[in-house]
Design a protein around this ligand. Structure first.
Ligand code: PAF
Length: 284
């Protein structure tokens, strides 16, 4: 274990378990915030929320190779461990778990967790490898730490539901808590990938949230969802986005919506702006 500005940085599962066992002996609740680093104010809010009530918080920083396809940005994903560590202590975190790839995927690693239900459709239609990689790494992170609770941002809403499903199905004794999306002043959801946007793209990017807000308002006002979604698609096309999906789903299951009056609803969108793929979602 090493320390930076008094924050322990653990690299192995064995050291993480020892650290957590010490906290447990002292009677602390333990919380985890899994991340891929490149921490921004949204992550800081998650860490602060995780620490509420005096919990000890482990933030994991691991760019997980199995959730990237060969043509995606694993190689260029922003990495700044020193910058991440500097953000974690002021946010209220108590330790960093920053394993290497060989610690998470030792030689011969041959296990994967495949989730159905909420993992079907939406992101999986465009990134078929993604939730298998996420579920496998999150299961391993949770089993390595066994926190009482783990926090995830609602910006990755489908991911949040997939993780909840996986934790319930496998009986992992951790409460999964979703935290509302943190947005820039102009509405753009905070994301490590926003750093890829050119200044011109950054100026257009808040349209994604605006379109969700307009569609949600229209649907609440009894405009037929199909009509609201067509209008949203047109607005995004005109602004220069290439839309992967803009859909209305059941907020609990992500099943397609049968009756807008009876179900909790969520709008979900994924669209590319230049080389950057952005996702966002909103409750209706
Ligand atoms: O949302 C993320 O940052 C990642 O998908 C996660 C949950 C840390 C798994 O690698």
């Amino acid at each position: 274990m090493s320390t930076a500005s008094s924050l322990p940085i653990v690299r192995t599962i064995g050291d993480l378990r020892q650290l957590v066992a010490g906290w447990r002996k002292e009677g602390h609740v333990v919380a985890m915030v899994p991340t891929m680093g490149a921490l921004h104010a949204g992550h800081a809010t998650l860490i602060t929320a995780a620490a509420e009530g005096g919990a000890r918080v482990v933030t994991s920083v691991f760019v997980n190779p199995t959730q990237f396809a060969a043509n995606e940005d694993f190689g260029t994903y922003p990495r700044d461990e020193a910058g991440d560590v500097a953000r974690i202590a002021p946010a209220g975190g108590h330790a960093v778990f920053a394993p290497g790839v060989a610690e998470m995927y030792p030689e011969g690693f041959a296990t994967a967790i495949s989730v159905g239900g909420p993992a079907e459709g939406l992101e999986s239609d465009y990134r078929p490898h993604f939730f298998r990689g996420v579920a496998t790494v999150v299961a391993k992170l949770l089993l390595s730490c066994l926190p009482d609770r783990a926090l995830f941002g609602e910006k990755d809403y489908q991911q949040l539901l997939v993780i909840r499903r996986m934790v319930t199905d496998l009986g992992i004794p951790t409460e999964i808590i979703g935290h509302p999306t943190i947005r820039e002043a102009d509405g753009l959801a905070m994301s490590s990938r926003n750093a890829y946007l050119s200044p011109a793209e950054r100026a257009v990017a808040p349209k994604l949230h605006q379109v969700l807000a307009e569609a949600a308002e229209a649907i609440r006002g009894q405009v037929p969802p199909a009509e609201a979604l067509i209008a949203g698609n047109r607005t995004l096309d005109a602004a220069g986005f290439k839309v992967d999906y803009l859909e209305l789903r059941n907020a609990r299951t992500l099943a397609p919506v049968a009756d807008t009056g009876a179900e909790p609803l969520r709008l979900l969108v994924a669209a590319r702006l230049g080389k950057t793929r952005l996702i966002d979602n909103l409750a209706v």
